[in-house]
Design a protein around this ligand. Structure first.
Ligand code: LLP
Length: 430
């Protein structure tokens, strides 16, 4: 469920609103392309997930919901979730800094990631993050040395690669043995023992994350059972494994895909796996919290009807603003902001202005007759949209707007060309 819906506009014709604000109004005031997020939807998604876990796992289970900041790293988005109690799952110093700046307490920040530099590890230690997820032996040794130098003893979890493949696309599957993430089960046990005996490391648990846009609970369940059994084995050796970090990955309802498992079904599965196993649990949801809380609003620059038949609609957003269709062949529902009162549908290719054939959002998409200047919304773009944006073709990053009720605020302004040029320096030998 989300808070983007059709309501009558000033002329009486139906048009798309975000909560109590007309998208057309935002486009007029802020310009396009612009990402628009609904705070009511963000809050609702978090609450549904939290309540489902709480209900299934009972009041006594210690749980941490650490929002995966990579899905949407805007400070106001993070703050909307952290105000409800969310922690943050981060994968870089930049993301840790964003989480802290948005008000997430350091002791609710998890630092994950396959390649953390010495400087990033030292930063994480200096601010006192809750947990560092270790992905290799060399990282474990490096962290141990840095912690010794800084006189710290961070809580660490070992990221296990349970060799379970899952996810909506090969490029977002992380849990197979040949992927770069985590260590094998055997290796994880060895590293756990090593971390447990290290004077400057505090081994607290195991972590996993097997993929993203997962539409079936079976692979998640099998990964969680593997984690539980590993924790059981380690406890039998005398190590008090107190925390399991179950990662993120639950899919969001995109228009072309079957509905993903509900938070209630997911929570019931988790409760089943850990029913008789007392352990603190951490979750790292990203996409399911933010995907349907955002749209990318864009305007038709030009319409190009080839005499041979193909009809192109060139919009002012490009693959630099929303990379998912180009990179993963991802489907985003596209619709004109104004309903158009039953105009007949035609097949359009909706493309961006970038000089790449791959800069295409949809091929042969049935849409009502679109003309120059029309506003178009790309739906379910709140996750991995703005956060994967770039300035390719020297295009300014899209602006971002947050709506709450009848109010809206620009939460990231579009950079000016002066801003963009000012970051560079002409080499003095030129
Ligand atoms: N935890 C870890 C360690 C992760 O690597 C990820 C996502 C998450 C949590 C959050 O997963 P989620 O709940 O959002 O599925 N750019 C791609 C998705 C990449 C996901 C990377 N890792 C896309 O646009 O589909």
């Amino acid at each position: 469920m989300n808070h983007f819906e059709d309501r009558p506009g000033p002329s009486g014709e139906g048009e798309l609103w975000c909560e109590d604000v007309r998208l057309a109004e935002i486009a007029e005031q802020v310009g396009t392309p612009v990402y628009v997020y609904s705070s009511a939807t963000l809050r609702r998604h978090y609450q549904v997930f939290r309540d489902a876990l709480r209900q299934a796992l009972g009041p006594d289970r210690d749980i941490l919901i650490a929002y995966a900041v990579k899905a949407n790293a805007n400070l106001s988005v993070i703050k909307t979730l952290s105000d409800l109690g969310a922690g943050a799952d981060t994968v870089s110093e930049g993301e840790i800094r964003r989480a802290l700046a948005a008000g997430v307490p350091a002791d609710r920040v998890i630092f994950s990631g396959v390649g953390k530099t010495d400087a990033e590890l030292a930063f994480a230690l200096s601010v006192g993050v809750a947990e560092i997820n270790i992905e290799s032996e060399s990282e474990l040794e490096r962290l141990g040395q840095i912690a010794a130098r800084l006189n710290r003893r961070p809580a660490v979890a070992i990221r296990v690669n349970p060799d379970v493949g899952a996810g909506g696309h090969a490029k977002i599957t992380t849990g197979k043995a040949d992927s770069k993430f985590g260590v094998s089960l055997m290796e994880a046990k060895r590293l756990y023992r090593r971390a447990s005996t290290h004077a400057n490391l505090n081994a607290v648990g195991l972590a996993c994350h097997i993929g993203s846009q997962i539409s079936d609970l079976t692979p998640l369940e099998s990964a969680f059972v593997t984690m539980r059994e590993m924790a059981r084995d380690l406890r039998a050796e005398g190590f008090p494994v107190s925390r399991l970090d179950l990662g993120g990955g639950l899919g969001a309802p995109y228009a072309d895909a079957p509905d993903p498992p509900s938070p209630a079904d997911y929570a019931a599965m988790v409760a089943r796996v850990f029913a008789k196993f007392d352990v603190n649990l951490a979750f790292e949801p990203g996409r399911m919290l933010v995907a349907n809380a955002g749209v990318l609003l864009t305007r038709v620059i030009t319409r190009h009807d080839r005499p041979e038949g193909r009809k192109f609609v060139v919009v002012d957003a490009g693959m630099n603003d929303l990379l998912r269709p180009s990179l993963y062949d991802a489907y985003h529902a596209i619709r004109p902001v104004r309903q158009g009162n039953g105009a007949p549908l035609e097949a359009f290719d909706v493309v961006g202005p970038i000089c790449e054939t791959g800069d295409i959002f949809a091929k042969d998409r049935s849409l009502p007759n679109l003309g120059e200047g029309d506003l178009v919304a790309m739906l379910s773009a709140g996750a991995y949209g703005a956060s994967m944006g770039s300035e390719y073709n020297a295009r300014p990053l899209a602006a971002e707007v947050l709506v709450q009720g009848a109010r809206f605020a620009v939460i990231r302004r579009r950079p000016t060309y002066e801003d963009m040029l000012a970051r560079e320096t002409l080499a003095d030998f030129l």
